[in-house]
Design a protein around this ligand. Structure first.
Ligand SMILES: Nc1ncnc2c1ncn2[C@@H]1O[C@H](COP(=O)(O)OP(=O)(O)OP(=O)(O)O)[C@@H](O)[C@H]1O
Length: 267
């Protein structure tokens, strides 16, 4: 083997970025006067589950929209599953999916019709089998032929989750996946997400205001404030750094500008 062969087979930083599920590099989004996202960088390994935290207007939804290729960055780069977004979105959109309880599915269509339409959009093979499997796993059978508009909030969330999993995505982006669910259903949804991640080595990025949810599910937390990354670490390391025992307390410290004092206190 020549020296050149050695050099070319050695992993580089660029390889690490291209093998990440999501790599965001100095990303900026400016809306007229608002710097919604102000130069953030992070890289999420495949199979990880990361919580994106921050107060209202911190830039979480804008970040997720740029990762999905729905919003064009003002500057910076986004790579998803090794492909540049939005330029190469056709290569990856079929391998990812998104769920938010704030995005409604057509209300007059039944659950089965909705799942069939989304399954066809993703060109899912053996779609009827896939829908049956999801209906069993997510307990949809009692209302699968009912119009979506006639479902309770909890039932709608389970249907939204089925829609998000219809193409067995490698990458799942979730915006408040358990908002407006009772504690029992929310817990059940979290357990399902954990199982899905484990069984499929899927990567999950989850924007949430529910700190207990993030503590339970996430192996990493990115805290945003005014469009910037304020902290990025494991939940335990972040709580230790702020000298706190819950992420809720850390969140309040960050929101109320007590981060520096708390960090100094922890040293
Ligand atoms: N289309 C838009 N046009 C103008 N400003 C926008 C637009 N979308 C978002 N913004 C602004 O960008 C900032 C970040 O908003 P974003 O929705 O990303 O925050 P967020 O962290 O998701 O907030 P929340 O927790 O309230 O959902 C806010 O100041 C918001 O008003």
């Amino acid at each position: 083997m020549t020296g050149n062969d050695n050099a070319s087979s050695r992993p580089t930083v660029a390889d690490g970025i291209s093998s990440a599920a999501i790599a965001v590099d100095r990303l900026v989004k400016v809306y007229k006067q608002t710097r919604a996202v102000d130069g953030i960088s992070f890289s999420l390994p495949r199979g990880s589950i990361t919580g994106l935290l921050g107060g209202n207007g911190a830039g979480k939804t804008t970040t997720i929209a740029m990762i999905m290729g729905l919003v064009l960055p003002t500057s910076g780069r986004v790579r998803v599953l090794g492909h540049a977004m939005p330029e190469q979105s056709a290569e990856v959109l079929g391998r990812m999916n998104f769920e938010s309880p704030y995005v409604d599915m057509p209300m007059r269509l039944t659950v089965r019709q909705n799942l069939t339409i989304f399954g066809k959009l993703y060109a899912v093979k053996d779609l009827a089998d896939r829908i049956s499997k999801l209906a069993a796993e997510l307990d949809l059978n009692d209302f699968i032929d009912r119009a979506n508009g006639k479902l309770s909030a909890g039932q709608k969330t389970r249907v939204a989750l089925a829609k998000a999993l219809i193409n067995q995505p490698e990458l799942l982006l979730l915006d408040e996946p358990t908002a407006s669910l009772d504690p029992d259903t929310a817990d059940w949804v979290r357990a399902h997400l954990e199982r899905y991640r484990k069984d499929n080595n899927a990567t999950i990025l989850l924007a949430s205001h529910n700190m207990l949810e993030v503590e339970r599910l996430c192996d990493r937390v990115i805290i945003m404030k005014r469009g910037r990354v304020e902290d990025d670490d494991t939940p335990d390391a972040i709580m230790a750094r702020y000298n706190r025992t819950t992420l809720e307390e850390v969140f309040l410290d960050v929101a109320r500008g007590r981060s520096n004092g708390a960090k100094e206190g922890a040293r």
